[in-house]
Design a protein around this ligand. Structure first.
Ligand code: DC
Length: 226
């Protein structure tokens, strides 16, 4: 029998550095990197383009049958496709972040993309980042890390990222959006963004990228032979 696929779950709030860490781990251990937030962002983008308000639950649900969301693998990472269109930087705007956070509260949306995520993890050794990977999507993942830092620290990092992309935003705006999104993601009724009971908590507020990678590698190597 083929051995069980290695699944590493990285959860945590926005701006905690999940995607940076997950990409580095994927490279280091030769795993596929899957960014599940990009899937919620894609659904948010579709609603945005369709002119449906992000809090209009019924409106968003009515769009689902018109969306074909697929994921292909390229250079060791997942690429999301929406009705044949390759998703990229259009998913990364502040407005799209707010849309993603709101549409992700809708149970039908989460259900709609559940199997897409699980299927990829069944077929690939992967490191998957999101909010509910350790709790809902891959409860049997061999390694679960919950990455976090203070909201101020995370906002500072996100500001640099957005400015590099040419977005004209202030620290106050980023901080405000992040606080709102933290609360929205944490307090929702379905799959709230909280650590799994068996997740290892990793506070990277005072750590640089290399140190975070070292700490995560130590956690992984203490749990699996890799
Ligand atoms: O990781 P991100 O910032 O790209 O995610 C965007 C939004 O999607 C986030 O505010 C909450 C939602 N999300 C989720 O509910 N579950 C996931 N596994 C990943 C993201």
């Amino acid at each position: 029998m083929r051995r069980k696929r290695l699944n590493i779950a990285i959860d945590g709030p926005s701006g905690s550095g999940k995607s940076t860490l997950a990409k580095l781990l994927a490279k280091k251990y030769n795993l596929i990197y899957i960014d599940t937030g990009a899937i919620y962002r894609t659904i948010g983008l579709y609603a945005m383009r369709a002119g449906v308000d992000r809090t209009d639950t019924e409106g968003v649900i009515s769009l689902l049958p018109h969306m074909k969301i697929e994921m292909t693998l390229e250079n060791g990472g997942g690429v999301v496709w929406l009705n044949g269109e390759r998703m990229g930087d259009e998913l990364r705007t502040p407005e799209c972040s707010l849309y993603a956070s709101d549409v992700s509260k809708i149970p039908a949306v989460r259900e709609y993309i559940l199997e897409l995520q699980r299927g990829i993890a069944r077929r690939n050794d992967c490191v998957m980042d999101g909010r509910d990977i350790g709790t809902v999507i891959l409860p049997k993942a061999q390694v679960k890390i919950f990455l976090f830092a203070s909201v101020e620290k995370r906002a500072e990092r996100r500001l640099i990222e957005l400015r590099e992309k040419g977005e004209d935003v202030t620290l106050e705006q980023v901080l405000e959006d992040m606080r709102w999104r933290d609360e929205n993601d944490k307090t929702r009724k379905i799959a709230p963004a909280i650590p799994a009971p068996d997740a290892v908590m990793l506070d990277n507020g005072g750590l640089g990228i290399e140190a975070t990678l070292d700490a995560a590698s130590e956690i992984i190597e203490s749990k699996v032979k890799i």
